[in-house]
Design a protein around this ligand. Structure first.
Ligand code: ADP
Ligand code: GN1
Ligand code: MG
Length: 353
Protein backbone atom coordinates (compact mmCIF):
# COMPACT_ATOMS: atom_id res chain seq x y z
CA UNK A 1 0.00 0.00 0.00
CA UNK A 2 2.84 2.36 0.86
CA UNK A 3 4.38 1.80 -2.57
CA UNK A 4 1.07 2.62 -4.27
CA UNK A 5 0.38 5.66 -2.11
CA UNK A 6 3.91 7.00 -2.66
CA UNK A 7 3.01 7.51 -6.32
CA UNK A 8 0.26 10.05 -5.45
CA UNK A 9 0.82 13.69 -4.43
CA UNK A 10 -0.56 13.40 -0.89
CA UNK A 11 -0.19 16.01 1.81
CA UNK A 12 1.88 14.30 4.50
CA UNK A 13 3.09 10.72 4.94
CA UNK A 14 0.50 7.94 5.15
CA UNK A 15 -0.02 6.66 8.70
CA UNK A 16 -2.94 4.26 8.26
CA UNK A 17 -4.76 2.61 5.39
CA UNK A 18 -7.85 0.57 6.26
CA UNK A 19 -10.71 -1.09 4.37
CA UNK A 20 -13.66 1.27 4.26
CA UNK A 21 -17.33 1.56 3.25
CA UNK A 22 -19.83 -0.95 1.93
CA UNK A 23 -19.49 -0.80 -1.86
CA UNK A 24 -19.89 -4.04 -3.82
CA UNK A 25 -17.51 -3.27 -6.68
CA UNK A 26 -14.24 -1.49 -5.89
CA UNK A 27 -11.91 -2.11 -2.95
CA UNK A 28 -12.04 1.06 -0.88
CA UNK A 29 -9.55 2.20 1.79
CA UNK A 30 -9.46 5.18 4.12
CA UNK A 31 -5.97 6.69 4.32
CA UNK A 32 -4.79 9.09 7.03
CA UNK A 33 -1.54 10.99 6.86
CA UNK A 34 0.69 12.63 9.48
CA UNK A 35 -0.53 16.05 8.32
CA UNK A 36 -4.06 15.13 9.42
CA UNK A 37 -5.37 14.85 5.85
CA UNK A 38 -7.63 11.93 4.91
CA UNK A 39 -8.01 10.30 1.52
CA UNK A 40 -10.02 7.56 -0.16
CA UNK A 41 -7.83 5.04 -1.99
CA UNK A 42 -9.62 2.70 -4.38
CA UNK A 43 -8.62 -0.36 -6.33
CA UNK A 44 -10.91 -0.44 -9.35
CA UNK A 45 -12.73 -3.65 -10.17
CA UNK A 46 -11.29 -5.30 -13.25
CA UNK A 47 -14.28 -7.67 -13.33
CA UNK A 48 -16.60 -4.70 -13.79
CA UNK A 49 -14.51 -2.23 -15.79
CA UNK A 50 -12.62 -3.24 -18.90
CA UNK A 51 -11.22 0.11 -20.02
CA UNK A 52 -9.83 1.90 -16.97
CA UNK A 53 -8.11 4.76 -18.90
CA UNK A 54 -11.43 5.67 -20.53
CA UNK A 55 -13.30 5.33 -17.22
CA UNK A 56 -10.83 7.68 -15.53
CA UNK A 57 -11.16 10.19 -18.39
CA UNK A 58 -14.93 10.21 -17.74
CA UNK A 59 -14.45 10.74 -14.00
CA UNK A 60 -11.92 13.54 -14.56
CA UNK A 61 -14.17 15.27 -17.10
CA UNK A 62 -17.30 15.07 -14.94
CA UNK A 63 -15.62 16.10 -11.67
CA UNK A 64 -13.87 18.99 -13.47
CA UNK A 65 -17.16 20.14 -14.99
CA UNK A 66 -18.96 19.97 -11.64
CA UNK A 67 -16.12 21.65 -9.71
CA UNK A 68 -16.31 24.64 -12.06
CA UNK A 69 -20.02 25.00 -11.23
CA UNK A 70 -19.91 24.35 -7.46
CA UNK A 71 -19.84 26.89 -4.68
CA UNK A 72 -18.39 24.53 -2.03
CA UNK A 73 -15.41 22.21 -2.71
CA UNK A 74 -17.24 19.41 -0.87
CA UNK A 75 -19.95 19.41 -3.57
CA UNK A 76 -17.95 17.20 -5.90
CA UNK A 77 -15.27 14.53 -5.72
CA UNK A 78 -11.66 15.64 -6.30
CA UNK A 79 -9.12 13.29 -7.81
CA UNK A 80 -5.62 13.48 -6.35
CA UNK A 81 -2.99 13.57 -9.11
CA UNK A 82 -0.04 11.22 -9.18
CA UNK A 83 3.51 12.56 -9.02
CA UNK A 84 3.62 12.12 -12.82
CA UNK A 85 0.55 14.29 -13.32
CA UNK A 86 -1.80 11.36 -14.08
CA UNK A 87 -4.94 10.59 -12.10
CA UNK A 88 -4.50 6.85 -11.49
CA UNK A 89 -1.72 4.25 -11.37
CA UNK A 90 -1.33 0.61 -12.36
CA UNK A 91 0.61 -1.60 -9.91
CA UNK A 92 2.90 -4.53 -10.73
CA UNK A 93 0.00 -6.99 -10.56
CA UNK A 94 -1.89 -4.94 -13.15
CA UNK A 95 -4.41 -3.49 -10.66
CA UNK A 96 -5.61 0.10 -11.13
CA UNK A 97 -5.66 2.52 -8.19
CA UNK A 98 -6.88 6.08 -7.67
CA UNK A 99 -7.15 8.51 -4.77
CA UNK A 100 -9.88 11.01 -3.91
CA UNK A 101 -10.00 13.65 -1.22
CA UNK A 102 -12.03 12.32 1.69
CA UNK A 103 -15.30 14.27 1.92
CA UNK A 104 -14.91 15.58 5.48
CA UNK A 105 -17.73 16.07 7.97
CA UNK A 106 -20.02 13.90 5.92
CA UNK A 107 -22.07 10.74 6.43
CA UNK A 108 -22.98 7.95 4.06
CA UNK A 109 -26.09 5.90 4.89
CA UNK A 110 -27.04 2.31 4.01
CA UNK A 111 -30.66 2.87 5.02
CA UNK A 112 -32.38 6.25 5.40
CA UNK A 113 -32.91 7.10 9.06
CA UNK A 114 -35.81 9.36 8.14
CA UNK A 115 -37.67 10.37 4.95
CA UNK A 116 -35.60 13.57 5.02
CA UNK A 117 -32.39 11.60 4.42
CA UNK A 118 -33.89 10.15 1.27
CA UNK A 119 -35.23 13.57 0.27
CA UNK A 120 -31.69 14.96 0.53
CA UNK A 121 -30.33 12.17 -1.64
CA UNK A 122 -33.01 13.08 -4.19
CA UNK A 123 -31.76 16.66 -4.12
CA UNK A 124 -28.20 15.41 -4.68
CA UNK A 125 -29.04 13.14 -7.61
CA UNK A 126 -31.55 15.58 -9.12
CA UNK A 127 -29.05 18.46 -8.94
CA UNK A 128 -26.39 16.20 -10.45
CA UNK A 129 -28.75 15.60 -13.37
CA UNK A 130 -29.47 19.31 -13.74
CA UNK A 131 -25.84 20.44 -13.44
CA UNK A 132 -24.80 18.00 -16.15
CA UNK A 133 -27.62 18.94 -18.53
CA UNK A 134 -25.11 20.91 -20.66
CA UNK A 135 -22.34 18.35 -20.47
CA UNK A 136 -21.54 16.88 -23.91
CA UNK A 137 -22.89 13.38 -23.24
CA UNK A 138 -21.50 11.98 -26.50
CA UNK A 139 -17.93 12.51 -25.21
CA UNK A 140 -18.45 10.03 -22.37
CA UNK A 141 -17.15 6.51 -22.73
CA UNK A 142 -19.65 3.71 -22.00
CA UNK A 143 -17.74 2.23 -19.06
CA UNK A 144 -20.00 -0.82 -18.90
CA UNK A 145 -21.72 -1.31 -22.25
CA UNK A 146 -25.41 -2.23 -21.96
CA UNK A 147 -25.33 -1.48 -18.23
CA UNK A 148 -29.08 -0.84 -17.94
CA UNK A 149 -30.06 -2.69 -21.11
CA UNK A 150 -32.48 -5.01 -19.32
CA UNK A 151 -33.13 -7.36 -22.30
CA UNK A 152 -29.38 -7.89 -22.53
CA UNK A 153 -29.29 -8.68 -18.79
CA UNK A 154 -31.94 -11.34 -19.50
CA UNK A 155 -29.80 -12.74 -22.31
CA UNK A 156 -26.85 -13.14 -19.92
CA UNK A 157 -29.15 -14.64 -17.29
CA UNK A 158 -30.44 -17.26 -19.75
CA UNK A 159 -26.91 -18.18 -20.82
CA UNK A 160 -25.77 -18.54 -17.21
CA UNK A 161 -28.87 -20.56 -16.35
CA UNK A 162 -28.25 -22.92 -19.26
CA UNK A 163 -24.62 -23.43 -18.25
CA UNK A 164 -25.42 -23.60 -14.50
CA UNK A 165 -21.72 -23.75 -13.62
CA UNK A 166 -22.25 -24.15 -9.86
CA UNK A 167 -25.23 -26.51 -10.06
CA UNK A 168 -27.35 -23.95 -8.22
CA UNK A 169 -30.31 -23.65 -10.63
CA UNK A 170 -32.31 -26.51 -9.14
CA UNK A 171 -32.59 -24.73 -5.79
CA UNK A 172 -33.99 -21.47 -7.14
CA UNK A 173 -36.89 -22.42 -9.44
CA UNK A 174 -39.22 -19.92 -7.75
CA UNK A 175 -36.87 -17.02 -8.44
CA UNK A 176 -36.27 -18.19 -12.02
CA UNK A 177 -40.03 -18.33 -12.68
CA UNK A 178 -40.45 -14.88 -11.13
CA UNK A 179 -38.01 -13.19 -13.50
CA UNK A 180 -39.08 -15.07 -16.61
CA UNK A 181 -42.73 -14.13 -16.02
CA UNK A 182 -41.77 -10.44 -16.20
CA UNK A 183 -39.41 -10.44 -19.16
CA UNK A 184 -41.70 -8.60 -21.59
CA UNK A 185 -42.39 -5.65 -19.28
CA UNK A 186 -38.75 -5.53 -18.20
CA UNK A 187 -37.74 -4.61 -21.75
CA UNK A 188 -40.02 -1.54 -21.92
CA UNK A 189 -37.44 1.09 -20.97
CA UNK A 190 -34.88 -0.22 -23.43
CA UNK A 191 -37.51 -0.18 -26.19
CA UNK A 192 -38.31 3.46 -25.36
CA UNK A 193 -34.61 4.28 -25.42
CA UNK A 194 -34.20 2.69 -28.84
CA UNK A 195 -37.29 4.37 -30.29
CA UNK A 196 -35.88 7.77 -29.32
CA UNK A 197 -39.07 8.87 -27.55
CA UNK A 198 -37.12 9.83 -24.41
CA UNK A 199 -34.13 12.20 -24.27
CA UNK A 200 -30.72 10.73 -23.56
CA UNK A 201 -29.19 12.41 -20.53
CA UNK A 202 -25.95 12.18 -18.59
CA UNK A 203 -27.01 9.77 -15.89
CA UNK A 204 -25.22 8.39 -12.84
CA UNK A 205 -26.67 4.88 -13.24
CA UNK A 206 -25.90 3.71 -9.71
CA UNK A 207 -27.95 6.06 -7.56
CA UNK A 208 -28.03 4.17 -4.29
CA UNK A 209 -28.32 6.15 -1.09
CA UNK A 210 -24.79 5.01 -0.20
CA UNK A 211 -23.45 6.79 -3.27
CA UNK A 212 -24.37 10.16 -1.75
CA UNK A 213 -22.63 12.01 1.06
CA UNK A 214 -24.75 14.13 3.42
CA UNK A 215 -23.32 16.91 5.58
CA UNK A 216 -22.95 15.40 9.05
CA UNK A 217 -23.91 18.67 10.76
CA UNK A 218 -26.85 19.84 8.67
CA UNK A 219 -27.75 16.43 7.12
CA UNK A 220 -28.22 18.23 3.80
CA UNK A 221 -27.11 16.83 0.44
CA UNK A 222 -23.44 17.41 -0.16
CA UNK A 223 -21.93 15.30 -2.87
CA UNK A 224 -22.63 12.48 -5.32
CA UNK A 225 -19.89 9.81 -5.33
CA UNK A 226 -19.14 6.58 -7.23
CA UNK A 227 -18.95 8.10 -10.70
CA UNK A 228 -17.70 4.98 -12.48
CA UNK A 229 -20.97 4.39 -14.27
CA UNK A 230 -21.72 7.96 -15.35
CA UNK A 231 -22.82 7.48 -18.97
CA UNK A 232 -25.59 8.58 -21.30
CA UNK A 233 -28.87 7.04 -20.13
CA UNK A 234 -32.52 7.60 -19.22
CA UNK A 235 -33.54 9.61 -16.18
CA UNK A 236 -35.78 6.68 -15.19
CA UNK A 237 -32.60 4.68 -14.48
CA UNK A 238 -31.46 7.16 -11.85
CA UNK A 239 -34.88 7.64 -10.30
CA UNK A 240 -35.48 3.89 -10.35
CA UNK A 241 -32.24 2.80 -8.74
CA UNK A 242 -32.72 5.30 -5.93
CA UNK A 243 -36.21 4.03 -5.19
CA UNK A 244 -35.04 0.42 -5.39
CA UNK A 245 -32.50 0.96 -2.64
CA UNK A 246 -33.88 3.88 -0.66
CA UNK A 247 -37.63 3.22 -0.48
CA UNK A 248 -37.14 -0.30 0.85
CA UNK A 249 -37.85 -0.87 4.53
CA UNK A 250 -34.62 -2.80 4.97
CA UNK A 251 -31.13 -3.44 3.70
CA UNK A 252 -30.56 -4.96 0.28
CA UNK A 253 -29.35 -8.24 1.77
CA UNK A 254 -31.97 -8.70 4.52
CA UNK A 255 -32.70 -12.42 4.97
CA UNK A 256 -36.07 -12.02 6.69
CA UNK A 257 -38.33 -11.04 3.79
CA UNK A 258 -41.16 -10.17 6.17
CA UNK A 259 -39.11 -7.08 6.97
CA UNK A 260 -38.88 -5.95 3.34
CA UNK A 261 -41.52 -3.94 1.60
CA UNK A 262 -41.86 -0.72 -0.34
CA UNK A 263 -42.36 2.27 1.94
CA UNK A 264 -44.59 4.64 -0.01
CA UNK A 265 -43.91 7.59 2.28
CA UNK A 266 -40.21 7.22 1.38
CA UNK A 267 -41.18 6.81 -2.28
CA UNK A 268 -43.17 10.04 -2.12
CA UNK A 269 -40.48 12.00 -0.32
CA UNK A 270 -37.82 10.97 -2.83
CA UNK A 271 -40.08 11.96 -5.74
CA UNK A 272 -40.84 15.35 -4.14
CA UNK A 273 -37.12 16.07 -4.06
CA UNK A 274 -36.02 14.55 -7.34
CA UNK A 275 -38.43 16.01 -9.93
CA UNK A 276 -37.98 19.68 -8.91
CA UNK A 277 -34.23 19.29 -8.37
CA UNK A 278 -33.83 17.95 -11.92
CA UNK A 279 -35.97 20.82 -13.15
CA UNK A 280 -35.60 19.74 -16.79
CA UNK A 281 -37.75 16.66 -17.17
CA UNK A 282 -40.36 16.37 -19.92
CA UNK A 283 -43.89 15.20 -19.00
CA UNK A 284 -43.21 11.92 -20.81
CA UNK A 285 -40.03 11.35 -18.79
CA UNK A 286 -41.94 11.96 -15.56
CA UNK A 287 -44.57 9.46 -16.66
CA UNK A 288 -41.90 6.76 -17.04
CA UNK A 289 -40.47 7.13 -13.52
CA UNK A 290 -42.59 4.44 -11.78
CA UNK A 291 -41.77 2.00 -14.56
CA UNK A 292 -38.12 2.93 -14.06
CA UNK A 293 -38.31 2.01 -10.38
CA UNK A 294 -39.93 -1.33 -11.13
CA UNK A 295 -37.56 -2.25 -13.95
CA UNK A 296 -34.40 -1.17 -12.07
CA UNK A 297 -35.45 -3.30 -9.09
CA UNK A 298 -36.19 -6.32 -11.25
CA UNK A 299 -32.98 -5.84 -13.25
CA UNK A 300 -30.87 -5.57 -10.11
CA UNK A 301 -32.46 -8.74 -8.70
CA UNK A 302 -31.79 -10.47 -12.01
CA UNK A 303 -28.13 -9.41 -11.87
CA UNK A 304 -27.75 -10.71 -8.30
CA UNK A 305 -29.43 -13.98 -9.32
CA UNK A 306 -27.18 -14.32 -12.38
CA UNK A 307 -24.09 -13.74 -10.25
CA UNK A 308 -25.33 -16.33 -7.75
CA UNK A 309 -25.74 -18.88 -10.56
CA UNK A 310 -22.34 -17.93 -11.94
CA UNK A 311 -20.47 -18.41 -8.64
CA UNK A 312 -20.35 -14.83 -7.29
CA UNK A 313 -17.66 -13.31 -9.47
CA UNK A 314 -19.07 -9.80 -9.81
CA UNK A 315 -20.64 -8.52 -6.57
CA UNK A 316 -18.56 -8.74 -3.41
CA UNK A 317 -20.07 -11.29 -0.99
CA UNK A 318 -19.51 -12.10 2.66
CA UNK A 319 -21.60 -15.29 2.91
CA UNK A 320 -22.46 -18.18 0.61
CA UNK A 321 -25.92 -17.23 -0.52
CA UNK A 322 -25.40 -13.48 -0.23
CA UNK A 323 -26.34 -12.79 -3.86
CA UNK A 324 -29.42 -15.01 -3.61
CA UNK A 325 -30.54 -13.13 -0.48
CA UNK A 326 -30.04 -9.87 -2.35
CA UNK A 327 -32.03 -11.11 -5.34
CA UNK A 328 -34.90 -12.16 -3.07
CA UNK A 329 -35.25 -8.73 -1.46
CA UNK A 330 -35.42 -7.17 -4.93
CA UNK A 331 -38.16 -9.57 -6.06
CA UNK A 332 -40.11 -8.90 -2.88
CA UNK A 333 -39.97 -5.19 -3.71
CA UNK A 334 -41.11 -5.83 -7.28
CA UNK A 335 -44.08 -7.87 -6.02
CA UNK A 336 -44.93 -5.05 -3.62
CA UNK A 337 -44.65 -2.51 -6.46
CA UNK A 338 -47.19 -4.51 -8.46
CA UNK A 339 -49.57 -4.64 -5.52
CA UNK A 340 -49.42 -0.90 -4.95
CA UNK A 341 -49.14 0.28 -8.57
CA UNK A 342 -52.11 2.69 -8.63
CA UNK A 343 -50.98 4.41 -5.40
CA UNK A 344 -47.48 4.79 -6.87
CA UNK A 345 -48.82 6.37 -10.06
CA UNK A 346 -50.80 8.77 -7.86
CA UNK A 347 -47.59 9.84 -6.11
CA UNK A 348 -45.94 10.71 -9.41
CA UNK A 349 -49.02 12.60 -10.62
CA UNK A 350 -49.12 14.71 -7.47
CA UNK A 351 -45.43 15.61 -7.73
CA UNK A 352 -45.65 17.01 -11.27
CA UNK A 353 -44.35 20.56 -11.53
P1 ADP B 1 -18.19 1.03 -4.92
O1 ADP B 1 -18.22 1.22 -6.40
O2 ADP B 1 -17.47 -0.19 -4.52
O3 ADP B 1 -19.55 1.16 -4.33
P2 ADP B 1 -17.71 3.73 -3.86
O4 ADP B 1 -16.97 4.71 -4.70
O5 ADP B 1 -19.17 3.90 -3.78
O6 ADP B 1 -17.30 2.25 -4.34
O7 ADP B 1 -17.08 3.79 -2.39
C1 ADP B 1 -17.50 2.89 -1.37
C2 ADP B 1 -17.84 3.66 -0.10
O8 ADP B 1 -16.70 4.42 0.34
C3 ADP B 1 -18.96 4.68 -0.26
O9 ADP B 1 -20.22 4.09 -0.12
C4 ADP B 1 -18.62 5.69 0.85
O10 ADP B 1 -19.07 5.21 2.10
C5 ADP B 1 -17.11 5.68 0.88
N1 ADP B 1 -16.50 6.76 0.06
C6 ADP B 1 -16.16 6.69 -1.25
N2 ADP B 1 -15.60 7.83 -1.67
C7 ADP B 1 -15.58 8.67 -0.60
C8 ADP B 1 -15.08 10.01 -0.38
N3 ADP B 1 -14.48 10.71 -1.35
N4 ADP B 1 -15.21 10.55 0.87
C9 ADP B 1 -15.79 9.83 1.88
N5 ADP B 1 -16.26 8.56 1.73
C10 ADP B 1 -16.16 7.98 0.52
C1 GN1 C 1 -23.09 -2.01 -7.33
O1 GN1 C 1 -20.69 -0.06 -6.74
P1 GN1 C 1 -21.91 -0.08 -5.87
O2 GN1 C 1 -21.82 -1.00 -4.71
O3 GN1 C 1 -22.33 1.32 -5.53
C2 GN1 C 1 -23.40 -2.01 -8.83
C3 GN1 C 1 -24.78 -1.43 -9.08
C4 GN1 C 1 -25.82 -2.24 -8.31
C5 GN1 C 1 -25.44 -2.23 -6.83
C6 GN1 C 1 -26.37 -3.07 -6.01
C7 GN1 C 1 -20.74 -0.86 -11.24
O4 GN1 C 1 -23.06 -0.67 -6.86
O5 GN1 C 1 -25.08 -1.48 -10.46
O6 GN1 C 1 -27.11 -1.68 -8.47
O7 GN1 C 1 -24.09 -2.71 -6.64
N1 GN1 C 1 -22.38 -1.22 -9.52
C8 GN1 C 1 -21.79 -1.71 -10.65
O8 GN1 C 1 -26.15 -2.79 -4.68
O9 GN1 C 1 -22.10 -2.78 -11.16
MG1 MG D 1 -20.86 2.73 -4.29
Amino acid sequence: MEAILSRFSLQGRPLTCERYGQGHINLTYLVTTDSGRRYILQRLSRAAFHDIPALMRNVAAVTGFLAARSTDPRQTLHLIPTRDGENWVRDEAGEAWRVYDYVEDSICLQVPESPEDLYESAIAFGSFQRMLADFPAETLHETIPNFHNTPDRYRIFRETLAADPMGRAAGIQREIDFVLAREEEAGALQRMRESGELPLRVTHNDTKLNNVMLDSRTRKALCVIDLDTVMPGLVAFDFGDSIRFGASTGPEDERDLDRIWLDLSLYRRFTEGFIPACGILTPREIETLPLGAKVMTLECGLRFLTDYLDGDHYFGISRQSHNLDRARTQFKLVADTERRWSEICGIIKNCRP
